[in-house]
Ligand binder design. Structure first.
Ligand code: TXA
Ligand code: MG
Length: 322
């Protein structure tokens, strides 16, 4: 029922045609696979929420081809946002990367051509990003309209970084998956908003705090959960129970391995979600994951791990007798 096509010109036009007719399509991005819909079409947006079983109070990110397309959406773009767009959204920039900016609406919906309230769940802001994956960009350009796209998984399950992950979750619920191979980053975009002239991180992601601090003062929203409603819900959970472990080294950590106990001793962004799904398939009952230092990309990983573990964190004992 769900077709999988490569991102050839024929695949791209098939995706664009479905999207134009109000359908939803899974597309590759450099972070994770997205479940895309015409961001201007409330009926298509409804299909995204239904297919994913997504809570209705968790707003979607709007994907545009460039800053120009974002300018057409009647959003306030402060100077700092312009500067970040020039560096993180522009093709070929040394900082190009997955950065989502939460921007204030200039006008309230429902005016034509602006993002309907269904996308932002009634908020007076809209989250916008420019994906770097060539297939995602080609599909947006072929459509000529922005695409609202959450991660293409069933709500609450690990984010999909391969087409087969999307298929496992959404087969029969969507007409088409464009298979662009494994996602480069493996964790989602960094979501920021602008507050008091500062860059405020609502969700840490593939663009690091260190990268952002080249362009202004950066703060981490300590109530990540408040403004980015998505962080409040059950997240990234495989079938197995996940336990986050503070451990000094790999050796201390390996004692957790058992017949149905699996470990991730050195979590890495690109393979993290994929491993959770792999261990489920192997019949894991518990997955122990060593917490990384929350610096650089480690901050995004740390955030995903503690949520997958539903905040269960234990400290490994330093057992020197073994
Ligand atoms: O890398 C990504 O961002 C991927 C790919 C597909 O682009 N998308 C993604 O979407 O991770 P999703 O729906 O899984 O997560 C969107 C996040 C949620 O935490 C949501 O609450 C937040 O963005 N968000 C969306 N609109 C917002 C808004 N107006 N204000 C605050 N947070 C918002
Ligand atoms: Mg998600």
């Amino acid at each position: 029922m769900t077709l999988i096509k490569p991102p050839t010109p024929a695949g791209i036009s098939a995706a664009a045609e479905l999207l134009r007719s109000g359908e939803i399509v899974a597309i590759p991005t450099e972070t994770v696979y997205g479940l895309a819909a015409n961001a201007l079409d409330p009926a298509a947006i409804e299909k995204v929420f239904a297919a994913k079983g997504r809570p209705r109070d968790n707003p979607l990110i709007v994907h545009v081809s460039d800053l120009g397309m974002a300018r057409g959406l009647e959003l306030e773009i402060p100077e700092l946002a312009e500067k970040l767009a020039e560096n993180f959204w522009a093709e070929g920039s040394p900082f190009q990367g997955p950065l989502t900016m939460v921007l204030k609406r200039k006008t309230a919906p429902p005016q034509s051509g602006i993002i309907p309230t269904e996308v932002s769940c009634g908020l007076n802001t809209v989250a916008v990003r420019v994906p770097a994956h060539p297939a995602a960009l080609a599909i947006i350009k072929a459509c000529g309209f922005p695409l609202a796209a959450p991660s293409a998984n069933i709500s609450g399950s690990p984010s999909p970084t391969k087409a087969k992950h999307v298929y496992a979750d959404l087969n029969g619920r969507i007409p088409l998956i464009i298979d662009g191979g494994d996602c480069d980053c493996g964790v989602e975009s960094t979501v920021v908003m602008f507050d008091d002239g500062k860059i405020k991180i609502l969700r840490p992601g593939a663009v690091t705090m260190e990268m952002l601090s080249e362009f202004g003062d950066v703060v981490i929203d300590d109530e990540c959960s408040l403004r980015s409603p998505g962080t409040r819900h059950k997240h990234y959970s495989p079938k197995a129970e996940v336990i986050a472990v503070i451990a000094e080294n790999k050796e201390v950590f390996s004692k957790y391995i058992g017949k149905t106990e699996f470990v991730i001793a050195n979590p890495e962004a690109q393979t993290f979600f994929s491993k959770l799904r792999e261990f489920d398939e192997l019949g894991a009952e518990r997955i122990f994951i060593r917490l990384p230092e929350p610096v650089g990309i480690g901050l995004a990983l740390y955030n995903r791990i503690v949520r997958a573990a539903e905040f269960k964190i234990v400290k490994a004992e330093n057992d020197k007798s073994k």
